[in-house]
Ligand binder design. Structure first.
Ligand code: SAM
Ligand code: SF4
Ligand code: F3S
Length: 450
């Protein structure tokens, strides 16, 4: 080997990070920010856990299954740690609610980082490296500065669609839900901060933004959510605006009016109903009856005809009888959702429903599964019927790139957020008109006509 020249600076060895993200869009956005921080610290991203010097699990605690996935992933990464001394960190919602238990149960974990502590990642890493001590950083930030801002537009260059965090936390107390314990009280990002991030994204060619938060329609960052949408829709270069998730009780007339007026706001609304039975909705503490929910939906559809509506439903909530579940099936017929995300009820720590489960009457696991499967089967039939009504129509698709299922085809999304696989040549980031020739429950197929 040649001896090193005197003026040649020895380059530090490359360090690589791997992030495994579970859960919702909030976690995806947080993982993207942690990735940016690590790149600034000189780490390179790897998609292969076995090559990583740092592995971060960004976790979800919403159902027991989600937590089990985290534990089994930790078992896999333990081997990587043993083989190459990789640092292992737990971030996100499991880190927040089970900090002590995880440190005890997983002795090879180096650090724990709550969702509000993303900005503290460099500090935590230095502490772990210097002292080899295990570190836990899970303090909540109860101010608008909770969001670690996107630092560089460059990381979004080449992307067509991006998430923009507008609020965090949740002030509702749905009796089944752990999120208020994992993300804390609601905090909104100031409107100017949101707008400058959207402008930054537009400047590098992003064409669609999805405003995200646990309960976006209770946004209060200087303006209400309807006005935030108006201002985001007015940003030059942004063609399509979406948002998720909304709570039905906060679906104000002002927001419905905005949905009717704003052309760049896409005609898709995710409005979780959870159940169609009034006694169950009351026990869930959702704050609406089935009739009130359907009334809001009707107003929304009057304001924006053909709006696609999707929902979440929990089957087997404590005390749910067959008759209660039939009410949910009835509501599904009336609401005719584009897509239903059905979940088996899972008791969560510190929640009212888990505390009262024995008193209210636990539903046997087999019945929960049978109900959710029936719901999803009917949901798929309705989705297919709605999709088939699109056959023969020409729709505008925002192209995202080659199709994930067939590399000879292109892939994009319709205004209603349906996946469209099509034969054509349109580049990612452009709008193509596609004539729909076939519909599946999860995607539409067609040919580009212009
Ligand atoms: N903020 C949203 C709302 O108000 O509807 C929901 C957020 S939660 C992360 C996503 C979905 O997970 C919920 O709509 C609910 O259907 C489901 N979910 C939450 N807690 C659950 C539990 N304990 N068991 C089963 N599903 C649950
Ligand atoms: Fe959970 Fe309810 Fe808040 Fe949604 S609104 S995050 S379901 S507590
Ligand atoms: Fe899961 Fe936390 Fe999102 S519990 S659904 S990752 S807010």
């Amino acid at each position: 080997m040649e001896p090193q020249q005197e003026n040649e600076v020895a380059r530090p060895p490359e360090r690589r990070f791997f992030i495994h993200t579970f859960g919702c869009q909030m976690n995806e956005a947080d993982s993207a920010r942690m990735g940016e921080i690590l790149r600034r610290l000189g780490y390179l991203r790897t998609e292969i856990a076995e090559d990583a010097d740092l592995i971060l699990l960004n976790t979800c605690a919403v159902r027991d299954k989600a937590e089990q996935k985290v534990l089994s992933a930790l078992g896999r990464y333990r081997e990587v740690k043993q083989a190459r001394g990789t640092l292992l960190g737990l971030a996100g919602c499991v880190a927040q609610v089970h900090k002590d238990r995880m440190l005890k149960q997983v002795p090879y974990l180096d650090f724990v980082l709550g969702p509000d502590a993303v900005a503290k990642l460099p500090e935590v890493l230095s502490k772990v490296k210097e002292s080899r001590a295990r570190v836990a950083e899970t303090a909540w930030i109860d101010s608008a500065s909770y969001v670690f801002p996107r630092a560089e537009a460059e990381t979004a260059r080449g992307k067509v669609s991006e998430f923009v965090t507008v609020m965090k936390g949740c002030d509702n107390v749905c009796s089944f839900c752990v999120v208020p314990h994992t993300r804390g009280r609601e905090q909104s990002r100031p409107v100017e901060e949101v707008l400058s991030e959207v402008r930054m994204l537009a400047s590098v060619g992003v064409r669609e933004v999805t405003l995200i938060g646990q309960n976006v329609n209770s946004y209060r960052g200087g303006v209400d959510f309807a006005d935030l949408l108006r201002q985001v829709c007015a940003v030059d270069g942004i063609w399509r605006v979406r948002f998720t998730t909304s709570h039905p009780t906060d679906l104000s007339d002002r927001l419905i009016d905005a949905c009717g007026e704003l052309e760049r706001l896409m005609p898709h609304f995710h409005l979780p109903v959870q159940s169609g039975s009034d006694p169950i909705l009351a026990k869930m503490r959702r704050g609406y009856t089935a009739a009130e929910y359907l009334d809001r939906l009707e107003r929304l559809r009057q304001a924006r005809p053909n709006i696609a509506v999707t929902t979440d439903v929990i089957a087997g909530f404590p005390g749910e009888t067959d008759a209660d579940f039939e009410e949910t099936m009835k509501l599904v017929e009336q609401a005719r959702y584009d897509n239903i995300y059905g979940f088996v009820y899972s008791p969560r720590p510190k929640t009212a429903a888990a505390l009262h489960e024995q008193e209210w009457g636990p539903v046997p696991y087999a019945s929960k599964v049978e109900r959710v499967e029936r719901l999803q089967a009917r949901g798929r039939e309705i989705s297919l019927e709605i999709g088939q009504a699109q056959v023969g129509r020409k729709i505008e698709v925002l192209v995202e790139g080659p199709s994930k299922t067939d590399p000879d085809k292109r892939f994009g999304r319709s205004p209603e957020n349906r996946v469209v696989n099509f034969v054509g040549t349109a580049e990612a980031g452009t709008l193509a008109t596609v004539e729909i020739s076939k519909a599946g429950a999860n995607a539409l197929f067609g040919n580009q006509v212009s």
